[in-house]
Each structure stands twice: as structure tokens, then as C-alpha cells.
Design a binder for this molecule. Structure first.
Ligand code: AHR
Length: 491
């Protein structure tokens, strides 16, 4: 395969928010994963695990979505503020029916965001909440003056308002967020949005609950009826290796599950293209962002774990999927400007898994680390020629995806994902438009389809720096091992 990169043709910025994460009150994501409470023996600051914070700082999490997901439309924020001993409990009906003690609420979430350097994306409750409740939440968090909500915030120990850049008006309104029709939800959005005030210089970026997969009618209806009252329109797509009733195990090593995962992941390219094309009809200037605020691999829960906790291991299969999907987002970054992998810790395609006081970084974590310099860089014009296919049982997907960007310091990052579990593929990179001296290569790969990091062997699947590749007359010859993600930092 050949990749032509025009280093002097910059297309558009790759929003750093494409590299966002999602943390829901689901299973052990918040409780146990992020938050252990101040009395825990696990090292923490105000109950927030220090090991998690350090690991997340390294990958530069730009934005974090919370408190759900489905949980968001059953969450009443006032239950999660004030003295912990007086916070009411609730039953988390969506996720395992466990009792939620509300010890992690608005203050704790926003402190966690501060600690890891992420900007908050709060998802409001439309399904079971009221307009007043949502209005009050924004006033509580962002109003600087004297008001009942700002005073309550001060009483609870926070003098200064926070900045809340992103706010979701409901989640999956077609399903767990209220089972609405798009026409009805569009009106609900307009109503809730009316009272979602900007205070001071806090300007809220308003995100509408979007389509599931290929529900293009949802996107069209919202573009028609909400239009530019919203700043972002969501879409959710999970990669599944079979029907919902049997998605296969995360550690399944069969080619059938591997291929189906890749097929479902590659569908993301068509989904963002087609949702974007509809948005283009109503918004040719691309003012409204496409927000893929839930994506990732969804397998059967790990045997012996609570079925409502969505705990799954993470393997090289997850790494190549992350590599492919982040390349797709980069290539569509004129419209896709926010994305959030589901979910940050211990749930679905996590970047971190914990067990008591232990923590492991998953193969997906390493891909986010390898791709982090794409954040806020300029997407470069590039063309892939003679892309090899990966086929199984008469179906095929492109084996290799790529994206290239130029950072402010002039360095270029090119990332590749090779989803072919059998063949290495060679690439000739033709760098045009400028001259470069060095190209540092990093590779993550493994010998088996289900290679993963465990608490006993946490470093089995790592990203390895492989030294420099030669650049001769602007050309670089590169080998992408079977099932690998490769990055090249070119200076
Ligand atoms: O991420 C798990 C769940 O998937 C979210 O709560 C929901 O929005 C989606 O269906």
C-alpha cells in the first residue's frame, strides 16, 4: 500500500475533544474505579484514586462525560451535593439494581476533572427530570452572583463557579432516556434548552441526544426541528461481534468474532459519513458538531461478574479497533468534533481496569497514548492507494486505516491500524510538500487475538518504541505487523 501525505495541505483542526472519555455510574466505573472514598486504604485525594489520576493525566483526557448514559435520565443532581451522610440513596435500576449512595456527585466529579485536566461534559436529565431541575443545576455550577443556587454551592464549600463547557440535554431519548419519538424529543430539547442559561462568560455547548447507529431519520428530524439551537448532535455506535443476546466474550480468540468486531467497527465510517451528509443539507457551514459520545467494543460480560456491570477484559482486538475508529474520526474531523469512548474504567472498552488497589493499563490505553499528539493538530491531506483488504467468509473490510496530522511545532504524526490478524502489510509513505529528518516509530501488537494485560502480567501488551525509520527522498518504508497499531512521529 502507498500513503501520500501532503504535508503542506492542512485541511482542518482535529478537535482534541475527539479523544474524550465517558464515566457513568455503572458497575465499577465510578465506585471502585475512580472513587474509593476518603477512608479507603487505596491511596486517594478526597476519595479519588491517585493511581487513576496519574495514568489519565498521561494520555491527556480532554473531556469527560458524566453521569451517564442511561443513568443520567434517572439522576437527580441535588441528591449528590451537601454533607455525604445526608445524601439520599437511590436504586440504580439501569445498572444491576444496586444502591447508589450518591457519595460521588457534582463536586466530586468536577474535582476529578480538575485533577486529570479534563473539561467536564455534564449530561442532564430530560427523561425523569424537570426543566427547573436542569436549569438550577447549571445555575448552581456556573453562576457567580447571589442566587439561591449559587449560595447553596458556596454553602457546600465551593466559592468560585466552575466552567461547564459541555452539556447534554438528555441521553438516548429514543430508549432509556424516555422512549420518545424524534419529533417529540425535538420539542423537549427546545423547551429545556430555553432555560439552560449562560452565566457570566460560561457559554454552554448544547448537545442533543442523538441517533442509535443508522437511525438517519432521527438526525434529519432533529436537524430540521432543532437546527442551530444545538451546538452538537450526538450519535451512539457500539461495535458488536454478533447479535445483542450473544456478543461473544472479550477473550474470544476465534476469527469469526474478530472479523465481526472489525466489520461492526468499520461501519463507523459509513455512519459518520451518512449522518454528516444529512447535517450538511441543513448546515452546510458545519456549525453543528457531530458528537459520537458513546463508542467502543461491547462484549458479553465477563463470566462470574454482575451482568449489569458490563465488565469486560480488553485485548489487542480492542487496541486495533480504537486505532481504526480514531483514524476514522480524524478523517471526518470537519464534522466530528467530540467523541467519548465508553467507558473510562472497568466498564466496556476501558482504558483502565482495577481490582482492589491494583490497576492495569489496557491495550486501548496505549493507543490513546500513541494518538494523543493528534489533539488540536491540523489534519493533513493524505491519500491511501492500493489498500489491502482483510476478508473472512466472503466479507471484507479494509485491513489498514490511517490518518496524518501536523502539530503546531511542525512535527507530523501518522497513525495506522492493521486489523488483519494474519498478514503484516507494508506501506510506502510518500511525504510531500516539506522535508523531514527523523521518523520515530511506536508499535503495539501481539501474537494472539486475545492477548491482554492481567493483574498478574500487566505488561503483556505494551506500546514499544522501535527507534527511527529511514526517510529517503521523502519516502519511508514501513511494515505494519498483523493485528497492530503503529504511529510515526516525524520531524
Ligand atoms: O455505555 C453503556 C450504555 O450504553 C449507556 O448507559 C447508554 O447510553 C448506552 O445504551
Amino acid at each position: 500500500m502507498k500513503l501520500i501525505v501532503n504535508a503542506d495541505v492542512q485541511k482542518n483542526p482535529i478537535s482534541r475533544y475527539i479523544y474524550g472519555h465517558f464515566s457513568e455510574h455503572l458497575g465499577r466505573c465510578i465506585y471502585g474505579g475512580v472513587f474509593v472514598g476518603e477512608d479507603s486504604e487505596i491511596p486517594n485525594v478526597h476519595g479519588i484514586r491517585t493511581d487513576i489520576v496519574e495514568a489519565l493525566k498521561k494520555i491527556k483526557v480532554p473531556v469527560l462525560r458524566w453521569p451517564g448514559g442511561c443513568f443520567a435520565d434517572d439522576y437527580h443532581w441535588q441528591d449528590g451535593i451537601g454533607p455525604k451522610e445526608s445524601r439520599p440513596t437511590m436504586v440504580n435500576k439501569n445498572w444491576g439494581g444496586v444502591t447508589e449512595d450518591n457519595s460521588f456527585g457534582t463536586h466530586e466529579f468536577l474535582e476529578f476533572c480538575d485533577m486529570i485536566g479534563a473539561e467536564p461534559y455534564i449530561n442532564g436529565n430530560v427523561g425523569s427530570g424537570t426543566v427547573r431541575e436542569m436549569r438550577d443545576w447549571v445555575e448552581y455550577m456556573t453562576f457567580d452572583g447571589v442566587s439561591p443556587m449559587a449560595d447553596l454551592r458556596r454553602k457546600n464549600g465551593r466559592e468560585e463557579p466552575w466552567k461547564i463547557p459541555f452539556f447534554g440535554i438528555g441521553n438516548e431519548a429514543w430508549g432509556c432516556g424516555g422512549n420518545m419519538r424524534p419529533e417529540y424529543y425535538a420539542d423537549e430539547f427546545r423547551k429545556f434548552n430555553t432555560y439552560l442559561y449562560n452565566y457570566g462568560d460560561n457559554k454552554v455547548f448544547r448537545i442533543a441526544s442523538g441517533a442509535s447507529d443508522n437511525d438517519y431519520n432521527w438526525t434529519r428530524t432533529l436537524m430540521e426541528r432543532i437546527g442551530q439551537r444545538m451546538d452538537g448532535l450526538a450519535v451512539h455506535h457500539y461495535s458488536v461481534a454478533g447479535p445483542w443476546e450473544d456478543k461473544g466474550a472479550a477473550l474470544d480468540e476465534t476469527e469469526e468474532r474478530w472479523f465481526k468486531t472489525m466489520k461492526s467497527s468499520w461501519w463507523m465510517d459509513e455512519l459518520v459519513s451518512r449522518h454528516s451528509a444529512i447535517m450538511d443539507e441543513y448546515d452546510p457551514e458545519k456549525k453543528v458538531a457531530l458528537v459520537v459520545d458513546e463508542w467502543g467494543n461491547w462484549f458479553n460480560v465477563e463470566e462470574g461478574t454482575n451482568p449489569g456491570f458490563l465488565y469486560q477484559q480488553n485485548t489487542i482486538r480492542d487496541a486495533v479497533v480504537a486505532g481504526m475508529i480514531l483514524n476514522i474520526f480524524n478523517q471526518h474531523s470537519d464534522r466530528v468534533r467530540i467523541a467519548n469512548i465508553a467507558q473510562m474504567v472497568n466498564v466496556l472498552q476501558s482504558v483502565i481496569l482495577t481490582e482492589g488497589d491494583q490497576m492495569i493499563l489496557t491495550p486501548t490505553y496505549h493507543v490513546f497514548d500513541m494518538y494523543k499528539d493528534h489533539q488540536d493538530a491540523m489534519l493533513l491531506d493524505s491519500s491511501e492507494i492500493d489498500v489491502p483488504s482483510y476478508s473472512w467468509n466472503g466479507m471484507e473490510v479494509p485491513a489498514v486505516t490511517s490518518s496524518a496530522s501536523k502539530a503546531e511545532d511542525g512535527s507530523i504524526l501518522i497513525t495506522f491500524s492493521n486489523v488483519d490478524p494474519h498478514e503484516a502489510h507494508s506501506v510506502t509513505i510518500d511525504l510531500r510538500g516539506d522535508s523531514y529528518q527523523t521518523a520515530e516509530e511506536t508499535i503495539i501488537t501481539a501474537d494472539t487475538n486475545n492477548a491482554c494485560n492481567t493483574f498478574e502480567a500487566p505488561d503483556t501488551v505494551q506500546a514499544n518504541a522501535c527507534g527511527c525509520c529511514a526517510i529517503e527522498n521523502g519516502k519511508i518504508e514501513l511494515d505494519l505487523p498483523a493485528r497492530s497499531v503503529v504511529s510515526l512521529k516525524i520531524r
